[in-house]
Design a protein around this ligand. Structure first.
Ligand SMILES: CC(C)(COP(=O)(O)OP(=O)(O)OC[C@H]1O[C@@H](n2cnc3c(N)ncnc32)[C@H](O)[C@@H]1OP(=O)(O)O)[C@@H](O)C(=O)NCCC(=O)NCCS
Length: 175
């Protein structure tokens, strides 16, 4: 199902037919280093990831991670969307693109549209993001999206220290 179009891109729901693309994306060194190793090594693993991750999220929340593809040729570039995690107080925005499609503004274009979608369609008044302190590309993108650094958090699953960004960051002066 199509979610939205931007100038150059289409965002649509992922399906089991995207398992090959997901297998490739989740094994990119940049994905494993910056997001984590999801232990997806085969097409079957990728199918299970899709079923238990994005597809389950669409059913539960009406949103999730979506496929980002070029509008003209339907070339898959990456994923971008909204994630509800038990460990976070608000829905977070997530994005990951194949490295050959970086540096063309595609992630900014997709994530800008997803923020608007989150606010206007999913009616979320607060959207957050979590990022490793050394993920400079992602931090630059969050700045362009208008999210601000709020505080450091310790991720419960692995004890990692992550930066929490938010659309309406509470400044330390107001805390
Ligand atoms: C994070 C990630 C999505 C950022 O991708 P990106 O391509 O750097 O992000 P943007 O879409 O903002 O593109 C910015 C670049 O496009 C350039 N650009 C070219 N055409 C552009 C256009 N039409 N509009 C905007 N920027 C454009 C900008 O000048 C900038 O160039 P630079 O790379 O030299 O700084 C990508 O690095 C990634 O997938 N990383 C791995 C997964 C990950 O870390 N996810 C985030 C976890 S928190």
């Amino acid at each position: 199902m199509k979610i939205l179009d931007t100038e150059r891109l289409t965002l649509r729901e992922l399906s089991l037919a995207d398992a090959g693309f997901i297998l490739k994306l989740l094994n990119e060194p940049s994905f494993i280093q910056n997001i984590g190793d999801r232990n997806v090594r085969t097409l079957d693993d990728a199918g299970n990831y899709l079923l238990n991750g994005p597809l389950d999220s669409y059913r539960r929340h009406g949103f999730g991670l979506f496929l980002v593809e070029t509008k003209a040729a339907h070339t898959p570039l990456g994923i971008c969307g909204l994630i509800k995690r038990a460990a976070l107080p608000a829905v977070d925005i997530g994005f990951a693109f194949l490295p050959e499609f970086w540096s063309q503004g595609y992630a900014l274009e997709a994530a800008t549209a997803i923020l608007t979608y989150g606010q206007e369609v999913a009616k979320l008044d607060r959207i957050v993001a979590i990022v490793s302190p050394d993920n400079e590309r992602s931090i630059r993108l969050l700045g362009k999206l208008g999210l601000s650094f709020e505080r450091m958090i310790t991720w419960p699953e692995d004890g990692a220290e992550l930066k929490l960004y938010a659309t309406d960051a509470v400044s330390s002066a107001r805390k």
